[in-house]
Write a protein that binds this ligand. Structure first.
Ligand code: PG9
Length: 622
């Protein structure tokens, strides 16, 4: 009776109208195998950054893995609501087990952090007169962590992909002594040459979607209300990129203004390019640059930074490269397949477990054994195998183990290993800005992850029969063709206009039948493709009109490949003059700034590609 009376008394004490949502509720953490602490870490200028620290219960003398993000630290530290650290942390962290303290921090101005947000905030110097950048913020954060997290051994590693990879590289501009190892993945290094915003001067229209999501709110901004299912329609109808931006109010935002003020590779871009910045500073932190072979967002930066820093790493001790058969940031997810391609297992997990985690442990865990890290780890596609290499690339024009070998565009749409002396002919097409070549089949849904993530391996047959796409092809190969390096384009071409874009693709054409995977029969697999905005053919800094109807040389590098074109397959080169709506249309009339091209500037042009044009392929000789 007494216990009944006590229970009913307790029930009666809560008023029916007591508010049911109480501020600051926190579930007890005693079930969990980790402790989460959320703190505001002060930077040198007094701005405090929102930081989530996840400590495995019972940890002592544990190293810290830090990721600095513009994508919501709270969310990054909560993949699942779970009492288990492995399940709560991102998928790519699973191979860390519970051996590390994991820290996520919002960069200044985003989500829970104080301060102003500046997109990929430039390093202190000519573009940034303040006392802070992502290098100092990393420094101040690491300094605080090693002094205030009692469970740590005082050693910190930084990892992160894409924007988070940019913040890793920024930490290396002035590394804190406790920063002992770094793994920048698919890092944004140079937004003009080939990461995120432009490729060789051609603007990537989905940048506007990114600006809307990133710069219209401290948290995540709204998606663009385009009013059309097919991005091909909505982008085409808008006109120029400035017209499109205006339609969505994005022209009012500072980052859009900066882009529109700097269409060429001027000092604004050069002074932000992290490969150029890092090569001028001493190299002291062991760093593994990671990228996906088919990285659809940041395919440029990892190779560029690795190559630049290699010059400072004579003993091969500090600068490493790892390339897997992945999409952008694919290293952190399941790497068993990409689009139609199947690999020999979960290549991303293999890399993290067998290479990345041992590499980090070597520098971070007290007394850990030396990892057997190869200078370069690279997945060779076609044969589907990991390769441990001493350098990258294996083949190039000069200075590599194998000299590159040219393949020539010839009469009859043939691709030949020798140049015909007599063939002075050309092939031509009409490039019509009113009907640009799509980069994936219509309807184009750039925001659909099933379209966007694997688009660089999409079968190119959907365009190879268009009259404005030229396809040159070899006979079926008798011997395997081993490629390991960056193809170089040497196109001799003319336009009846005064500006033009050139898209060049190196393609592995599968045999007509592939019994083991029938859907690959005749598949046109892009190995490497890119675009050059013709006005930048002589100088990225100073564009110039293309003289009309005159053969002109267009030279540019394509992204690196590590692939074997197998016997029975054919090699194909495709050439076209638009890649829409991912890349904005070249009006084909030379105007001072393509962002602001007027409707009347967009004109049809006749493009001629002259026989004898070549692609220098990174062929590895036996
Ligand atoms: N590719 C994305 C990005 C990086 C840096 C700047 C802007 C965008 C990303 O995945 O983070």
């Amino acid at each position: 009776l007494i216990s009944f009376l006590l229970a009913s008394q307790a029930l009666a004490q809560t008023s029916p109208m007591a508010p049911d949502i109480v501020p600051g509720f926190e579930a007890p953490q005693d079930q969990a195998d980790y402790v989460k602490r959320v703190v505001m870490i002060p930077m040198r200028d007094g701005v405090r950054l929102h930081t989530v620290i996840v400590v495995p219960k019972g940890a002592s003398k544990a190293p810290i893995i830090l990721t600095r993000t513009p994508y919501n630290a709270d969310g990054r530290a909560k993949r699942n609501t779970s009492p288990y650290m492995l399940s709560s942390m991102p998928q790519g962290d699973e191979e860390f087990g519970r051996d590390f303290i994991r820290v996520f921090q919002d960069v200044r101005g985003k989500y829970g952090s104080e301060g102003d947000y500046v997109m990929t905030r430039p390093v202190r110097g000519p573009l940034n007169a303040s006392q802070t950048d992502n290098g100092t913020d990393a420094w101040d954060t690491i300094d605080w962590l090693v002094k205030n997290v009692p469970e740590t051994n005082g050693k910190v590693g930084m990892i992160g992909s894409s924007y988070e990879g940019f913040t890793v590289l920024m930490a290396l501009t002035d590394p804190h002594p406790a920063l002992k190892a770094a793994v920048p993945m698919s890092a944004m290094v140079d937004g003009w040459r080939g990461d995120d915003w432009f490729h060789n001067g051609a603007f990537r229209v989905n940048t506007l979607d990114y600006i809307a999501s990133q710069n219209t709110a401290r948290g995540r901004g709204e998606a663009l209300a385009t009013g059309a299912y097919d991005d091909y329609d909505s982008v085409l109808r808008a006109g120029s990129v400035a017209d499109l931006a205006r339609k969505h109010g994005l022209d009012k935002l500072n980052f859009t203004k900066k882009l529109f003020e700097h269409p060429a590779y001027d000092s604004f871009w050069q002074e932000q390019a992290l490969d150029r910045i890092l090569v001028k500073r001493p190299l002291s932190v062991p760093t593994m640059h990671v990228v996906g072979r088919w990285d659809q967002e940041d395919i440029y930066g990892a190779y560029a930074t690795y190559a630049a820093l290699e010059k400072l790493d004579k003993d091969n001790k500090l600068n490493f490269l790892a390339v897997g058969p992945w999409r952008h940031s694919g290293v952190n997810y399941d790497g068993s397949s990409l689009g139609a391609l199947r690999f020999t297992g979960d290549t991303a997990q293999e890399f993290r477990r067998d290479v990345m985690v041992p590499f980090l442990k070597q520098y971070l865990v007290d007394g850990a054994p030396a990892a057997n890290t190869p200078p370069v780890l690279s997945y060779q596609t076609g044969t589907n195998q990991w390769q441990r290499l001493n350098q990258w690339p294996l083949s190039c024009a000069s200075g590599c183990a194998s000299p590159a070998k040219a393949v020539f565009l010839e009469d009859g749409f043939k691709l030949s290993w020798s140049k015909s002396a007599s063939d002075k002919g050309f092939d031509e097409y009409v490039a019509d800005p009113a009907k640009p070549v799509p980069f994936v089949p219509r309807p184009v849904r750039m925001g659909d992850e099933n379209v966007w993530k694997p688009w660089l391996v999409h079968d190119q047959r959907f365009v190879s029969d268009r009259t404005d796409v030229l396809s040159y092809v070899t006979e079926p190969l008798k011997e395997p063709l081993v490629l390991a390096g960056a193809p170089q384009v040497h196109l001799t071409a003319s336009t009846s206009g005064s500006d033009a874009d050139w898209v060049v693709k190196v393609i592995d054409v599968y045999p007509d039948e592939v019994p083991s995977q029938p859907a690959l029969g005749g598949y046109q697999l892009p190995l490497s493709m890119d675009i050059l905005r013709g006005r930048y053919r002589d100088s990225f800094e100073k564009p110039s009109a293309i003289p009309s109807n005159k053969p002109v040389q267009f030279n540019f590098a394509l992204p690196p490949v590590n692939h074997v074109v197998l016997p029975g397959h054919r090699l194909m080169i495709q050439v076209q003059s638009s890649w829409f709506p991912l890349y904005d249309r070249n009006p084909q009339t030379y105007v001072p700034n393509i962002f602001f091209a007027a409707p009347g500037d967009y004109k049809k042009a006749t493009q001629r590609v002259f026989h004898g044009s070549s692609i220098e392929l990174p062929v590895v000789q036996k």
